[in-house]
Design a protein around this ligand. Structure first.
Ligand SMILES: [Zn+2]
Length: 308
């Protein structure tokens, strides 16, 4: 059960990690993140941790960051179940139906699940990553495996009510999963595309970091989209007012489910070369040495394989 309770991001390869983080299972809120570095065998005090604050002025252009290709994101049967894990809300995917490739990734990444990080309704923001120190209302993580890759969508509150319709549908399930461990099937009611409607997926940041829950392994390729998902405040408030940490009658609500930003420590955050289409095939991109990113992936894969 370690994987579920931790909200751990992986099936297969990284479940090994979840089990080793088992000591964490009994803790309740992410507000105790200061104790994470003392969890045995954790990497939470490493030097390449996530989330981070992205300083847009120091982002480096990278011509290799091409468009990502999303397969199956319009498929309604791909989203199978919504669940209260006691730490977060998680939507499971039918494994193999959704995948992501392109964008300088070394292969096809199967999408496994998405989950959401939130704060405390209108009163406090809850995104994990920040951009120029701006914290968004919520943050959605689409977790993918080959190695680990996380697609991040910041979420911004709007003044409408009950908008957009896809998020009204998603949040309508929250009342049915109020207790930790509750889950309900989605029965083809939603696709990932509908939840991402109106979001420009062409522009994103890329950096290498860690899981944002113990054991904080530094094995994640982070892809953070610049354009946020816009959801009305009344729907955002439902996350911090509908979901309980455990099954007891006086269980606290699940709030502030984000880890605070970690030091960048000299890591490079990269992004596309420019907003305007350039048609210069003779650009310098082809003469670049093998990127550190590719070698990182190789190391990561070998580490992952050694766990099996
Ligand atoms: Zn997450």
């Amino acid at each position: 059960p370690g994987c579920d309770i931790l909200g751990c991001v992986a099936v297969g390869l990284l479940c090994v990690v979840c089990v080793s983080g088992g000591l964490f299972n009994q803790t309740s809120s992410s507000s105790d993140e200061s104790t994470w570095p003392s969890i045995p065998n954790s990497y939470c005090s490493g030097i390449s941790q996530s989330p981070v604050n992205i300083e847009s002025s120091s982002v480096q252009p990278d011509g290799n960051l091409t468009e990502l290709r999303f397969k199956g994101f319009g498929e309604r049967t791909a989203l199978t179940e919504i669940k209260n894990t006691g730490r977060e809300v998680k939507v499971m995917f039918d494994y193999g139906k959704m995948s992501v490739e392109g964008g300088d990734l070394p292969g096809v990444y199967n999408s496994v699940q998405f989950h959401i990080h939130w704060g405390d309704g209108s009163s406090s923001a809850g995104s994990e990553h920040t951009v120029d120190n701006k914290q968004y209302a919520m943050e959605l993580h689409i977790v993918n495996t080959l190695a680990e890759m996380c697609l991040v969508f910041c979420m911004q509150a709007t003044n409408d009510t009950g908008e957009p319709r896809s998020w009204k549908t998603l949040t309508s399930y929250l009342a049915e999963i109020s207790s930790a461990g509750d889950s309900v099937p989605l029965n083809g009611s939603l696709s990932m595309d509908s939840l991402l409607e109106g979001v420009n997926r062409s522009n994103y940041y890329r950096y290498l970091g860690s899981l944002t829950v113990p054991s904080c392994n530094e094995v994640v390729v982070w892809t953070l989209f610049k354009d946020p998902i816009r959801v009305s405040q009344d729907l955002i408030d439902l996350f911090s007012t509908s979901l309980y940490l455990n099954k007891s009658i006086n269980s606290p609500l699940i709030t502030n489910t984000f880890r605070h930003t970690q030091p960048v420590n000299g890591r490079v955050v990269s992004s596309q070369t420019g907003g305007i289409r350039k048609r210069s095939p003779s650009s310098s991109a082809s003469t670049r040495p093998l990127s550190t990113f590719s070698s990182f992936i190789t190391v990561m894969l070998s580490v992952a394989l050694s766990w099996l």
